[in-house]
Design a protein around this ligand. Structure first.
Ligand SMILES: C[C@]12CC[C@H]3[C@@H](CC=C4C=C(C(=O)O)CC[C@@]43C)[C@@H]1CC[C@@H]2C(=O)c1ccc(O)cc1
Length: 238
């Protein structure tokens, strides 16, 4: 049984290689410096902050598509299911990304500036609270980079998104990632046996943000704020 226990805990060679593909892709695909640099330059106003966040959101969708294409097996899924997974996970991937970014101290005060601009971009208080509560709950986990990359991949490959036809095919891709993530959590957080369960609990909290996000988009539209064609396409807004 010790051998079985050992196998259960240890990350195998192929799991190591599999994880490396996802982590390298995650690190390679970030929004360009010239976009984040604007965070420090542009003047402060709700309109300017919204325009900046729109540019960041648009760039993040492009980054998300590139990252997703590198997830082993994703491109062999049914093409319509590929679109359904991207559209269904874009908001969650973005909130996960923003939580990871805002909970780590970025160089030269980006974090504070970014937080300031989010807080003054026309997002109403009722959505700001759950959003920043999520950021705090992610921050408390002190995820390592491999966990961040795998958690993002697990979020994208969630089988029960709207319009996904071949659930089992998506489950077959998500399962090995969950297995590696479970082992990673045991490896990096040995004194917190419940850490993996807490991590998955954040995915449930993430889903509730989808609802708030739809409201956020609607309230921005009411104030005649304009989105980019890519955001309109991924979020089905006119
Ligand atoms: C999600 C978000 C757009 C994308 C931003 C995020 C805040 C922080 C980020 C950090 C990034 C990085 O450092 O890599 C990439 C972009 C993101 C992930 C914003 C908070 C609210 C905003 C939003 O929902 C929004 C939606 C439509 C808009 O037109 C404007 C904003």
């Amino acid at each position: 049984t010790t051998r079985l226990l050992k196998e259960k805990a240890e990350i195998t060679k192929e799991q190591q290689a599999f994880m490396k593909v996802i982590v390298d892709s995650y690190n390679r695909h970030q929004i360009p410096q010239d976009v984040t640099k604007k965070l420090l330059q542009e003047q402060y106003s709700a309109e300017e902050n919204f325009i900046l966040l729109t540019e960041m959101a648009t760039s993040q969708v492009q980054v998300l598509v590139e990252f997703t294409k590198n997830i082993p097996g994703f491109l062999s899924l049914d093409h319509e299911d590929q679109i359904a997974l991207l559209k269904g996970s874009a908001v969650e991937a973005m909130f996960l990304r923003s939580a990871q970014v805002l909970s780590t101290k970025m160089p030269n005060g980006h974090t504070e500036v970014l937080e300031e601009r989010i807080r003054n971009s026309g997002i109403s208080e009722e959505f700001m609270t759950p959003m920043f509560n999520f950021y705090k709950s992610i921050g408390k986990l002190h995820m390592v980079q491999e966990e961040q990359a795998l958690l993002t991949a697990v979020t994208i490959l969630t089988p029960d998104r709207p319009f996904v036809k071949d659930h089992p095919a998506v489950e077959r891709l998500q399962e090995p990632m969950l297995e590696v993530l479970r082992k990673l959590c045991a490896l990096h957080h040995p004194r917190e046996p419940q850490y993996f369960a807490r991590l998955l609990g954040r995915l449930t909290e993430l889903r509730t943000l989808n609802h708030y996000h739809t409201e956020m988009l609607t309230s921005w539209r009411m104030n005649d704020q304009k989105f980019t064609p890519l955001l309109c396409e991924i979020w089905d807004v006119q």
